[in-house]
Design a protein around this ligand. Structure first.
Ligand code: PLP
Length: 370
């Protein structure tokens, strides 16, 4: 049989699927202190735990009902129900936004380094992804970003605070981007909002092309339940709702979400733990001579240099996972550590000190203090 005939018998995915990048976070083997994925390191609110205990077996048998919970969550954010949609984490939100607004040939714009799932979801829809690289300061390249907008730009995604840099983008700059690209959706990913405090959610509705993404995976401690949301102009959200499966969010997440958002005191406590822990980690790394970048999120990026893999392995040996970010553009030798509750920060710092000593690291191996 000829090779041509053989090939037609083999199922092939879309060309975009063959070309798209792959994201391979570890899906097993994280049985340690997990300072590698910027999760809440402790627990969701006690009221969420109480609600989980009240769930019934009968409740598991029915399809989940998203709408009543969307009303409660919208009200919490001062929005109408038609201005939000709950999603299976922000990961799904990115996917839905890309599917809803991008055709092949359209341009989409992100800065790099940033959250890798933007690349994955956008590349599935178009080969027109444009990346604007931050310089060594890892701050948001505002002027160059603005200059990269073209009449073909249909989607712009900006994370503030950004992952893995921890850098923020001011509301003024975000609104300038939205105004410069009225033909494009600007999605502001506020996954790490709580650890910073600035938001554009108050501009939803008045800026017609703005969509804000929030996750409940980080400060709220619900990463395992896969729940996030998009807030935006009702017209834009209605298109996304068309694309979304009606049962994209599971009933357990829906059952506990009203309790999670209502417990402001718990979130305030957790955020304070992170703010204090972040300062302790910065101080420890300063003392050790490790270069870092300012972070408004629940993680710190550090420059270890060519021994980055050795450091991650030495940390793992001590039961602490950290994330090697060396493959991110402009991040060669950089490692990210999540900031959690006080005890976890103490263990993380101790493991860092011991691991750097074990591998015989000296500040000359990174590039010293920024
Ligand atoms: C910037 C950013 N957005 C979104 C996500 C994913 O959030 P979720 O757990 O809601 O899918 C992450 C996770 O690390 C992230 O860093």
């Amino acid at each position: 049989m000829s090779a041509v005939v053989e090939q037609t018998k083999t199922v092939q995915p879309r060309k975009a699927v063959l070309a798209m990048p792959e994201y391979h976070p570890p899906l097993a083997g994280r049985d340690a202190l997990r300072l590698d994925f910027n999760e809440n390191t402790f627990s969701p609110s006690p009221s969420v735990l109480r609600k989980l205990q009240q769930l019934t077996s009968e409740g598991m048998t029915i399809y989940p009902e998203r709408e009543p919970v969307e009303r409660i969550v919208a009200q919490h954010f001062g929005l109408q129900r038609d201005q939000i949609i709950l999603t299976n984490g922000v990961d799904e939100a990115i996917h839905l936004v890309s599917c809803t607004f991008l055709d092949e040939g359209d341009e989409a714009l992100i800065c790099t380094p940033t959250f890798f799932m933007y690349d994955v979801s956008i590349s599935l829809m178009t080969s027109g992804l444009r990346r604007v690289q931050s310089d060594d300061s890892l701050t948001f390249p505002f002027e160059r970003f603005l200059a990269a907008i073209t009449p073909r730009t249909r989607l712009i995604i900006v994370a503030s605070p950004n992952n893995p840099t921890g850098a923020t983008v001011s509301r003024e700059h975000l609104l300038a981007i939205a105004a410069a690209a009225p033909q494009a959706v600007l999605m502001v990913d506020e996954a790490y909002f709580h650890f910073h405090g600035d938001t554009t959610i108050g501009d939803v509705g008045s800026i017609p092309n703005l969509i804000v993404a929030r996750t409940f995976s980080k400060a709220y401690g619900l990463a395992n339940l896969r729940i996030g949301m998009l807030a935006g102009d009702a017209r834009l959200i209605s298109y996304i709702r068309k694309v979304s499966s009606p049962y994209n969010v599971n009933g357990v997440a829906l059952a506990v979400l009203p309790d999670a958002v209502a417990d402001d005191a718990y979130i305030a406590w957790y955020v304070e733990q992170v703010r204090k822990g972040r300062e302790r980690i910065f101080a420890a790394l300063r003392e050790l001579g490790v270069r870092t970048w300012p972070s408004a999120a629940n993680f710190v990026l550090m420059d270890i240099g060519r021994r980055h893999k050795e450091l991650c392995a030495a940390m793992h040996k001590r039961g602490v996972l950290v994330r090697d970010r060396s493959a991110d553009p402009g991040c060669d030798g950089y490692v990210r550590i999540t900031v959690g509750i006080e005890d976890h920060v103490t263990r993380g710092i101790a493991a860092l000190c011991e691991s750097l000593a074990e591998i015989g690291w000296t500040p000359a191996e990174g590039r010293g203090q920024a």
